[in-house]
Design a protein around this ligand. Structure first.
Ligand code: NAD
Length: 356
């Protein structure tokens, strides 16, 4: 196998992790970085020994030697044009969530990838957490019997919520619960979501025009219920702290999981109580990675190198998007939204539910 030539567009928090994971992989021969923040570009280029470090992402798209691109730039409105350009140029693509802003953009990306036979996947990293993988296996091998109900509660700090909210006005459903919608639909596949009801609650982040929390109830076509709560207003703590609680009930068993990261407590005079290794994508501890994003990145490299299927089918990412659009519409109108919603001019705006 020829070593891969890999490009990363946007080397901020997630793109930085993906760049280091790629540089550490024996599958990768050359790493190319595009980042508009020159300080951050220099920092990640030095860390990874990148052969290209540029502010112009289109140079990577136009480089015929690059096999695959990972797109980790923000704001999220960049995802579609960057991914479209990359796929049009024949590159395999790992795109951070959300896949796009509208359903027809998502359809367009899926169509291009399929017509060209390219690997195209979306960064739903939580599937690479061992706890989430255990739920999936326990359903597939019959341990839990027939699924009955799912509950996921996720919260992140208000500082991280403010970072997310500063760049794109997307709701807690689109930016937080999206991981848990993906996880639930993945575990329950091939069941399909039929109805969505959602409510938002306003609190500490009201002056930023966003609700603190959003609760979503999804009814699947066989009656399984999924309840997801997502919030982004926890007081400051360990940088980018996240906490998750999962209950998966079946006819033959239940899995109850505490992913609240309270197992490590660091207490210092300077910063008080902190919970290390509690971020959603995970973090490096010298030579060891704690969390899902490194494994997810390597999985994508392996899919490209060995022509293996990708874990996150973009069609499911599109369905996840349809569910959170329905949740935002439901929160806005107070009505239950039936799926599928279809793609037409009356498609609700993701913005309206949180700014209206
Ligand atoms: N899977 C996960 O667990 C997870 C966690 C956090 C964020 N995300 C997703 O990953 C994406 C990145 O989030 P982040 O927290 O790393 O954001 P970030 O703001 O830390 O990084 C984004 C980077 O993109 C760069 N950028 C902006 N415009 C660019 C351009 N034209 N060309 C090249 N670079 C450009 C910015 O300078 C910045 O460094 C988001 O879309 C988010 O939804 C996923």
């Amino acid at each position: 196998m020829e070593p891969l030539s890999i490009g990363i567009i946007g080397t901020g928090w997630c793109g930085g992790i993906r760049a280091v994971a790629s540089a550490n992989s024996a599958l990768v021969g050359a790493l190319h970085l595009a980042e508009v923040n020159s300080e951050r570009l220099a920092e990640v280029a030095e860390q990874t020994g990148a052969v290209t470090a540029t502010a112009d992402w289109e140079l990577l798209v136009d480089d015929p030697g690059i096999d695959a691109l990972m797109i980790s730039a923000t704001p999220e409105t960049l995802h579609y044009p960057m991914a479209k350009a990359a796929l049009d140029a024949g590159k395999h693509v790992l795109l951070e969530k959300p896949i796009s802003i509208t359903l027809d953009e998502a359809d367009d990306l899926i169509r291009i990838a399929e017509s060209k036979g390219l690997k195209f996947t979306v960064g739903y990293s939580q599937r690479f957490n061992a706890k989430q993988a255990l739920v999936k296996r326990s359903i597939n091998d019959g341990t839990l019997g027939d699924p009955v109900s799912v509950l996921v509660s996720r919260h992140i700090t208000r500082s991280l919520g403010a970072k997310i909210g500063s760049r794109t006005k997307l709701s807690p459903a689109a930016m937080g619960a999206t991981h848990d919608i993906d996880f639930s639909l993945w575990c329950l596949d091939p069941r399909k979501p039929l109805r969505v009801y959602s409510q938002v609650a306003w609190g500490a982040r009201q002056d930023q025009g966003v609700p603190d929390t959003q609760v979503i109830v999804i009814t699947m076509d066989d009656g399984v219920t999924v309840t997801i709560g997502a919030g982004w207003s926890l007081p400051p703590g360990y940088p980018n702290f996240s906490t998750t609680w999962i209950e998966f009930l079946g006819t033959e068993g239940a899995l109850i999981m505490d992913a609240s990261h309270k197992d490590i407590v660091l207490n210092t005079i300077k910063d008080g109580v902190q919970f290390p290794l509690s971020t959603m994508p995970g973090e490096y501890v010298d030579h060891v990675y704690a969390g899902p994003m490194e494994r997810e990145t390597i999985h994508f490299l392996e899919a490209v190198a060995y022509d293996r299927p990708v874990m996150v089918d973009p069609r499911l990412a599109r369905l996840t998007m349809e569910v959170y659009i329905a949740a935002d519409l439901s929160a806005e109108t107070g009505q239950v939204v039936e799926l599928p919603m279809g793609v037409d001019e009356s498609q609700p705006s993701l913005l309206s539910a949180i700014t209206g």
